[in-house]
Design a protein around this ligand. Structure first.
Ligand code: SF4
Length: 519
């Protein structure tokens, strides 16, 4: 019997499953603890009457198990103990034990895992919306329904129907988070973000949680400590209520998988607000802080108090004592660029819909490519750089999430008033991209699948899974996906998705661009 089994992310060992230790650095004990936690969450969902405290346990428990979030066996066990107490209080059993999560008929394991992993992704989004004070009864109810459904027997058709229903609920959840972010921080507007780090003390913030960033900006104001975003935090620069802070200076580094190199020798602390945390090297572990559900053995953790407030003074003091760089240091993107653009959120694009529609009608814009999703460490992801470089000059690249770091520092010129690469934000801003596509389809009086629009997605972890299910539930076809297909898709499930939705595994940029051009 293997020490563990996990196949939830794209870098899973041998493309089939991590069985000794995680490629991500997750140890077998932590993996086993996460399986126990999931089994407890399924048991709680089966017994719960839907009360919000149960939903919160399910949301945060699922978020704990997302890739690169929590490596700390003690913290995972603590979470499982709280869920167990709630399950026992509700009179629940364990209908699907930890050892049975990934056992059984290949297709059923595949379909069950796809729903579980989608729910993990949605949990991250629901968590971020909740800390900003928003929740939705349909989303809350579906966490209970979906988790309970994992323990029941369903036919393949019933599983597919559950997955499509989940995709629609996840769309609601993505919309909820957009509403929470926009209500709190305003509609993003386009902004050029420098990749230069100025002299003096600074803190790097990574992950997705804008609320944590806002608290840190407030607590560092006037203290002589600059703040730099990292990875998925880059789109924060577009939000008026965040960019108003003069000490929110720029963006440091590229996507998550380069952190062990980038943070080595960094004269500043780093705050991880969500995934993607990699095991830190000894050379910088004393400067890494986690918060919320993120945890790693031995790292300092900043917890919220009873009112949700967090005291970031340990980071601020360390930033001041480290002192930062003596001189400004210019960093570069993957392609040598020294700045990047962001802030082309849904509203910024819809405000210019007339110009865009005219450009399409005049033939100045021939095609839109949404090239988005996660970045990762495995070879083959330069596909996305090459794909973008090879797109014709009369096309627009919409992008979101951290996969954009493969090409967001490229200068591909402009079409009318717009740069050809438009960064719509974080992965959750897929909601805005869907709304833009629906608006364009309305303007051209056609369906989304009839638009000159192709989605070219890169996936890595479970948030990409829930977004893919949402896109499929909307009936969006001809999506290109890579760098490889999920290990948890059985052959049958892959064939069904290819047949139903014309899902395309990526090949080469030239081949895929030619196929797209040929229609
Ligand atoms: Fe392996 Fe990915 Fe699971 Fe980590 S999260 S153990 S790399 S499949």
């Amino acid at each position: 019997m293997s020490d563990m089994f996990c196949f939830q992310c794209e870098q899973t060992a041998k493309g089939s499953g991590c069985t000794v230790a995680g490629v991500c650095g997750k140890k077998s004990d932590a993996a086993h603890g996460q399986d126990v936690l999931i089994a407890e969450l399924i048991g709680l969902a089966g017994a719960s009457d839907g009360k919000l405290s149960d939903v919160d346990l399910i949301v945060d428990g699922l978020f704990v198990t997302v890739t690169n979030v929590n490596f700390d066996e003690a913290s995972i066990a603590d979470c499982a103990a709280k869920v167990r107490a709630a399950r026992e209080l509700a009179g629940g059993s364990l209908p699907l034990g930890a050892e049975a999560l990934f056992e059984g008929n290949d297709d059923i394991v595949s379909l069950r895992s796809t729903l579980l992993l989608g729910l993990k992704g949605m949990a991250a989004y629901a968590h971020h919306a909740r800390v900003l004070g928003l929740r939705n009864t349909d989303v809350d109810a579906w966490f209970i329904k979906g988790m309970a459904a994992l323990a029941s027997e369903h036919s393949v058709d019933e599983w597919l129907s559950l997955l499509m229903e989940f995709g629609q609920v996840n769309l609601t959840c993505l919309g909820l988070l957009e509403e929470a972010n926009v209500t709190a921080y305003g509609n993003p507007t386009p902004v050029e973000v420098s990749m230069q780090v100025e002299a003096g003390p600074f803190i790097v913030v990574t992950g997705h949680d804008l609320h944590d960033l806002k608290m840190l900006l407030e607590q560092t104001e006037g203290k002589g400590v600059n703040i730099y975003t990292h990875a998925e935090m880059l789109p924060a620069h577009g939000y008026p209520e965040l960019k108003k802070y003069a000490h929110l200076k720029g963006n440091f580094g590229v996507a998550w998988q380069n952190q062990q190199k980038e943070f080595d020798g960094l004269p500043a602390p780093i705050l991880f607000t969500t995934n993607c945390l990699m095991p830190p090297r000894d050379s910088y572990a004393d400067r890494v802080y986690t918060t919320s559900v993120v945890a790693y053995p031995g790292l300092a953790h900043i917890a919220a108090d009873g009112t949700g407030n967090k005291d970031f003074s340990p980071l601020i003091e360390q930033a001041l004592s480290l002192g930062g760089y003596n001189e400004p240091v210019q960093f570069q993107g993957v392609n040598g660029g020294t700045s990047v653009m962001t802030g082309f959120g849904k509203q910024a694009i819809l405000d210019n819909a007339g110009t865009i529609i005219d450009a399409v009608k005049a033939g100045a814009i021939k095609h839109f490519y949404l090239v988005g999703g996660c970045d990762g460490a495995k070879p083959g992801r330069n596909y996305y750089t090459d794909f973008v470089k090879e797109t014709p000059s009369d096309t627009v690249i919409l992008t979101l999430a951290c996969g954009k770091y493969r090409f967001n520092d490229l200068d591909l010129g402009t079409i009318g008033p717009f740069p050809r690469i438009l960064d719509m934000g974080q992965c959750n801003d897929a909601f805005g991209a869907v709304q833009v596509a629906v608006a364009l389809a309305g303007a051209f009086e056609c369906g989304v699948n009839d638009l000159p629009l192709t989605l070219v997605l890169s996936w890595y972890e479970q948030k990409a899974v829930c977004i893919l299910l949402t896109l499929l539930s909307l009936g969006i076809k001809d999506i290109y996906i890579g760098p490889s297909l999920p290990a948890f898709f059985s052959e049958t499930v892959t064939n069904v998705l290819v047949d139903m939705f014309d899902l395309h595994p990526i090949t080469t940029p030239a081949e895929d661009l030619a196929a797209i051009a040929a229609g």
